[in-house]
Design a binder for this molecule. Structure first.
Ligand code: CP
Ligand code: NVA
Length: 307
């Protein structure tokens, strides 16, 4: 019988904070929770959510995951707390971690998240920063596993900005030995530090960064995209929209992937920018299954962190 066990790392700030065995284990556990084959309770535990940016999926999936485990959640943002009035992270972290058993934080800088983790006495989860979105990567790979059974010979092509979602996808792919290709316009490649970290995790040349979208899509099992302008980049939107011209996942591009290819998007989506409505609504889309999986993977993650 599969049972949640304690993770080696206190925090989940990056997808690579957990070991490869732990990653595989969380995905298996999530599947059990999804199939309702596992009854596991962490009664009376409280998850504190601190969101400096908007969220629909991450906020609600964490709330429901916690409630399914028998725990509760409190939801904070800069406007309803003293965070917006400039209270220091080190003070907020010490106080909130004395009330809560785990904190999930969505903020801008990865270094601010690390600061929370440093001062918090309880586990801290990255609920998205400018650099990573590791909970999203868990759901992405669970969705891929559900589709193809395992990760053998699977090729995932991310079309779009080398952003937080792409970064966690890249690192998670390296951990699981999955070929990840990123197709982006010149100048929008993922950070070199992420590429180097991925290559250190897996040196088998399974990460491909290219500006050649046709090459990236050919033979791919999964086409994945995200918004061109992430939260915090609103001022650059006009420039990015024009620079990303030609990087839309449409029917024509999808037809260049493998016949059994599926389409992912972390959502929210901007139709006719990074993806067409036709593709989102097509039989190849697993986008809403992927969104549902956020809840199952986070239930598994919480169960492990709260052991
Ligand atoms: N995918 C994702 O994180 O969605 P939200 O911004 O709605 O949480
Ligand atoms: N890259 C996007 C993801 C949203 C879930 C952003 O950071 O806004």
């Amino acid at each position: 019988m599969l049972k949640p066990y304690k993770l080696l790392s206190k925090n989940f700030l990056s997808i690579s904070d957990i070991s490869i065995d732990e990653l595989v284990y969380i995905l298996d556990l999530a599947k059990k929770f999804k199939k309702k084959e596992l009854n596991f309770e962490i009664k009376d535990k409280v998850l504190g959510l601190i969101f400096d940016k908007s969220s629909t999926r991450t906020r609600v999936s964490f709330q429901v995951a916690m409630s399914r485990l028998g725990g509760t959640t409190i939801d904070l943002n800069p406007n309803t707390s003293q965070i917006g009035r400039g209270e220091l992270i080190k003070d907020t972290a010490r106080v909130l971690s004395s009330y809560c058993d785990v904190l999930a934080i969505r903020t801008f800088k990865q270094s601010d998240l690390e600061d929370y983790a440093k001062w918090s006495t309880k586990p801290v989860i990255n609920a998205l920063t400018d650099i990573e979105h590791p909970c999203q990567a868990l759901a992405d790979f669970l969705t891929v596993k559900e589709e193809f059974g395992d990760f053998k010979d699977v090729v995932i092509t991310f079309v779009g900005d080398g952003n937080n979602v792409a970064n966690s996808l890249i690192l998670c792919g390296s951990m699981l030995g999955v070929e990840v290709r990123v197709a982006c316009p010149k100048g929008y490649e993922p950070k070199n530090s992420i590429i180097q970290k991925a290559k250190k995790i897996n040196d088998k040349n399974i990460l491909k960064i290219t500006n050649d979208i046709e090459f990236a899509v050919s033979g791919a099992n999964v086409l994945y995209t995200d918004v061109w302008s992430s939260m915090g980049e609103e001022n650059n939107k006009g420039k990015k929209d024009s620079n990303f011209n030609g990087f839309t996942i449409n029917k024509k591009l999808l037809n260049k992937a493998r016949e059994d290819a599926i389409v992912l998007h972390c959502l929210p989506a901007y139709r006719d920018k990074e993806i067409t409505d036709e593709v989102i609504e097509s039989e190849k889309s697993r986008i809403f299954q992927q969104a549902e999986n956020r809840m199952h993977v986070q239930q598994a993650l919480l169960a492990c962190l709260l052991q």
